[in-house]
Ligand binder design. Structure first.
Ligand code: TYD
Length: 141
């Protein structure tokens, strides 16, 4: 199910803490604006590595650095760019479909959890930046 959300948005999750430690709750429909069909996580990336470098025609994502830190640079259809510091296990960033994203500056302990609105389909990935610009211009996706 496609969500109604179209903007990159920071999401704060409920965090509970006591002398036993901390617990963060992430709920579909309440915190996540789409049905979660897939989850993957990225760890063990050196800090000189740039991951992503693609746009997705259909998939929406929420990125959460559940441990350590990383950054994501997001470029939207209009060419607006923002960099988000993913540095809190109790917050995430929502990315709509059709934004160009690059994840980088991974700390050695970084575990980047990614929630997705679609199953994996390599055919909906745009891995060439010029093609991304062309698809945006033509309003194809
Ligand atoms: P890739 O898209 O290159 O990762 P990133 O976006 O972080 O740069 O994916 C790395 C490999 O994992 C690639 O061979 C495709 C595979 N993969 C899946 O099979 N399923 C998935 O859900 C994802 C995200 C990747």
């Amino acid at each position: 199910m496609k969500s109604e959300t179209t903007e990159v948005t920071l999401i704060q999750f409920k965090e509970f803490g006591d002398d036993r430690g901390r617990l963060v709750v992430v709920e579909e429909g309440q915190d996540i604006p789409f049905e979660i069909k897939r989850v993957f996580y990225i760890y063990g990336s050196d800090n000189n590595v740039v991951r992503g470098k693609h746009a997705n025609r259909r998939t929406e994502f929420v990125l959460i650095n559940v441990a350590g830190t990383s950054k994501v640079r997001i470029t939207d259809r209009a060419g607006n760019q923002i960099v988000a510091n993913l540095n809190r296990p109790h917050s995430g960033i929502y990315l709509p479909a059709m934004v160009w994203k690059e994840m980088y500056d991974f700390s050695p302990d970084s575990v980047l959890l990614v929630l997705c609105s679609e199953h994996y389909d390599p055919n909906e990935y745009i891995r060439d930046y010029n093609e991304f610009l062309k698809v945006c211009e033509n309003g194809e996706a």
